[in-house]
Design a binder for this molecule. Structure first.
Ligand code: ADP
Ligand code: MG
Length: 333
């Protein structure tokens, strides 16, 4: 590397953002953080690998932004308030332009959520970024996947399916239109639902973030809660951008099976769901898409008919966008 490890740290990562609870940050052997006595520490970690979790050639600022966004989404799903992060960076070369862009994207979202970078590690190797985020939650109640009860209503924030459609747009290098721009952005710049997660803490019976796809993740929530769910396909939040590009059944399948949305899937007891949903909608759109059942497994219904996803997996979606182009697959988190 032309720039040494210490130059990289000093130039791009040290002294960026500040929090009073960082007693000792970057520069010593470890960081020292102040944790309030009446709070619980919540930690999560996600690794993103070039060509596996994002396409080779993705802009450095988007890589930095997204690497933290997917981590913050995990804290959001726990109802936690983010505070600190550590960053492990494996770089093939010390490319100054790339580092500049990466740091700009990373600190754009870090500053927005008040997250301080308190340490990390920098090594030479394939492009791999690991971020560990830490935050806190009040001791009374944090969100889990395991609290859903039969009869609870199932909600999802925002719109699901657009990020997977956006990945197809990127991989097939589709021309810029208002729709492709929205979809591409949804993959590259997911919005962690931190404020929503904080509000759900006292009202949701279960929650998780949607990274692998709505049905897969709802299946995980149900398995953790020892129950099942019924999803009403006609209630899925509509996407104007997807509707401009795909037939209706493809849009539904993206919504049910596409990944990378980083929306929050949550359940609420039916007796106060209407009131809660009104309050939550002031934070971001939340749509009731189904109900928790005592019978195990997740079923989708369209009217009175069972609905099964026809276009699962990446290749099928891609064929639906532009037949004949076979992109490489990109794994969800
Ligand atoms: P050590 O050899 O003791 O592990 P390093 O020389 O690797 O320490 O790192 C020196 C300091 O720089 C430490 O405080 C470490 O946390 C920080 N650091 C290293 N890489 C990064 C990075 N990518 N981002 C933020 N801080 C980093
Ligand atoms: Mg080290």
């Amino acid at each position: 590397m032309s720039l040494g490890e210490f130059d990289i740290i000093a130039r791009y990562f040290a002294n960026r953002g500040a929090r009073r609870d960082v007693l000792l940050g970057i520069g010593d052997d470890a960081a020292v953080l102040e944790v309030q006595h009446d709070r619980k520490l919540v930690v999560a970690m996600d690794t993103v690998v070039d060509g596996v979790h994002f396409p080779v050639g993705t802009g450095a600022a988007d890589v930095g932004y997204r690497a933290l966004a997917v981590n913050l989404s995990d804290l959001a799903a726990m109802g936690a308030q983010p505070a600190w992060m550590t960053l492990s960076l494996s770089l093939p070369t010390a490319d100054e332009r790339w580092l500049e862009g990466f740091a700009a994207g990373l600190f754009e979202i870090a500053d927005r959520f008040g997250v301080a970078l308190v340490g990390g590690d920098t090594v030479k190797g394939p492009l791999v970024i690991t971020i560990q985020v830490a935050g806190w939650v009040e001791p009374d109640r944090w969100l889990t996947r395991s609290g859903a009860q039969p009869g609870d209503l199932v909600f999802v924030s925002g719109i699901v399916g657009e990020a997977a459609a956006g990945l197809a747009v990127i991989q097939q290098q589709l021309a810029d239109t208002s729709a492709t721009t929205v979809l591409r952005e949804r993959f590259l710049r997911p919005e962690p639902r931190v404020t929503l997660g904080r509000s759900l803490r006292t009202v949701a019976s279960a929650a998780m973030d949607v990274s692998d796809g709505l049905l897969t993740d709802l299946g995980k929530l149900c398995a953790a809660s020892g129950c099942g769910a019924r999803v009403d396909v006609d209630r899925l939040p509509p996407s104007a951008a997807m509707a401009q590009m795909f037939a209706a059944d493809i849009c539904v399948d993206y919504a049910l099976a596409g990944g990378d949305d980083y929306e929050i899937l949550f359940t609420i007891a039916p007796q106060y769901a209407a009131r809660v949903a009104r309050d939550l909608n002031a934070i971001c759109a939340c749509t009731q898409i189904g109900v928790i059942t005592s019978q195990r497994g997740v079923e989708c219904w369209q009217g009175r008919q069972l609905y099964s996803v026809k276009h699962t997996g990446y290749d099928h979606f891609s064929a639906a966008v532009a037949p004949g182009i076979a992109p490489s697959s990109v794994a969800t988190q």
